[in-house]
Design a protein around this ligand. Structure first.
Ligand code: SAH
Ligand code: SF4
Length: 397
């Protein structure tokens, strides 16, 4: 029976465009399930699924007529039932540093932001969203001010990758010329409150016959949903990033309410237990630099103590302002001093270059259903962004 192939997934096989079922963004099992329902003969099911999967995810075809190894008659019948359409990109902004931010409408009222960040070294990371809004309310984060609308399905997560690939014009996928080489779950939402869909999306994105991005090139970032950390590592083999931002419970509770539920001791134990850790597979600890809050030498020392025994690196993120935020970014000298202390203790501690700040695409600035900004707020924000963009920056590696 078809339903035994993908138990309980009927709910998420949705996202229909017009009256047709959208195939793009679905995994092999789901495609097979639909083809079986459509009436493809049993002995040809696997072969047809493989062909269609390859056309969708390797060649990025949007038109059934391009699937030249499928007979025209069958193609026409398939087209009547199944769509290869992409979700609508409502808005695309390109930063003066090359960062691209897309606002994608998955369905009416469900809009997500996805950001492509090209790097000088010919790599590029796509920052994908896992939820619309977020239930957590980290005080420094813009997404945290947007109530959760809903979790995204694995299809909607994959569609973010597809849409970026379309825009970058990089079909078919080849290892040599691809611009989109890495994926980070650092967009809107908390991926570990949507672990199942995130896990499923990785199976599609990493499939070597399709988009084929290696699991080590995918990073899942969490604010610290402790019970989900080890399971997502076992399920996906992806890299892990922890949004730490404070190395003592008192302070972390103040800026990240989730710490009340999962305090540092439990969080660090889950990190120690993360599957496959080694010197070449380290956990990234993200630490946003908040002026006068978490940026003193004593905080650096607490951080160093906390990381003892865990293969880790630290990513220092200059705070990115957003309309109405209460924090300021630490001074440059303070950030450098902090980085030096952590570095000297033996942990790589690069300072992340702020990217796409001019289009509100940097870490923590994402928020959809954008409210209309008052002109005065916009001016203020642009002024502080400009000042930060001019800050001399020498990345440490
Ligand atoms: N919810 C997940 C994924 C979002 S990742 C998580 O919290 O890890 C986004 C990253 O940007 C997180 O490390 C987050 O803490 C950080 N961030 C949030 N607001 C920020 C801001 N205003 N400036 C810089 N970084 C911020
Ligand atoms: Fe949610 Fe992450 Fe923002 Fe916290 S930092 S509010 S967990 S998106």
């Amino acid at each position: 029976m078809a339903s035994t192939l993908i138990p309980n997934t009927q709910k998420k096989i949705s996202s229909n465009v017009d009256d047709r079922i959208r195939l793009v963004g679905l995994g092999r099992n789901e495609i097979l399930f639909h083809l079986e329902n459509f009436g493809i003969e049993k002995q040809k099911l696997k072969m047809r699924t493989k062909q269609i999967f390859h056309w969708i995810y390797n060649y990025g075809v949007r038109d059934w007529s391009e699937m030249t190894n499928i007979a025209k008659k069958l193609r026409n019948e398939l087209e009547e039932k199944f769509s290869l359409e992409r979700p609508k990109i409502i808005e695309k902004q390109v930063s003066n540093d090359g960062t691209r931010k897309y606002l994608i409408q998955m369905s009416p009222g469900v809009e997500v932001e996805t950001v492509f960040i090209p790097d000088v070294s010919k790599t590029g990371a796509l920052c994908v969203s896992s939820q619309v809004g977020c239930t957590l309310t980290c005080k420094f984060c813009h997404t945290g001010t947007q109530k959760l609308v809903r979790n995204l399905t694995s299809q909607e997560i994959v569609l973010q990758v597809i849409s970026a690939r379309d825009d970058l014009n990089e079909w078919p996928t080849t290892q040599e010329n691809r611009k989109l080489t890495n994926i980070v779950f650092m967009g809107m939402g908390e991926p570990l409150y949507n672990s199942n869909q995130v896990g499923d999306s990785l199976d599609i994105i990493c499939d070597p016959e399709g988009i084929g991005i290696g699991r080590r090139r995918i990073t899942i970032s969490t604010s610290g949903v402790v019970p989900e950390i080890v399971p997502i590592g076992s399920r996906t083999s992806a890299m892990l990033a922890i949004s730490l931002h404070a190395a003592n419970d008192d302070l972390r509770e103040k800026i990240m309410p989730i710490n009340r539920k999962y305090p540092l001791k439990e969080l660090m134990q889950a990190c120690r237990d993360y599957p496959g850790l080694s010197n070449s597979k380290r956990i990234t600890f993200e630490y946003v630099m908040l002026k006068g809050i978490n940026d003193k030498p004593k905080h650096a020392k607490q951080l160093i103590n906390l990381l003892k025994g865990i293969p880790s690196k630290v990513n220092l993120i200059p705070f990115n302002p957003w309309p109405g935020s209460d924090f300021e970014c630490s001074d440059w000298a303070t950030i450098e001093n902090f980085a030096d202390l952590v570095n000297k203790a033996g942990y790589a501690s690069p300072i992340r270059t702020p990217r796409g700040r001019d289009i509100l695409a940097a870490c923590g600035q994402l928020r959809s259903e954008s409210e209309k900004l008052r002109a005065s707020d916009l001016r203020k924000l642009n002024k502080s962004n400009l000042k930060l963009l001019k800050t001399p920056f020498i990345p440490k590696t």
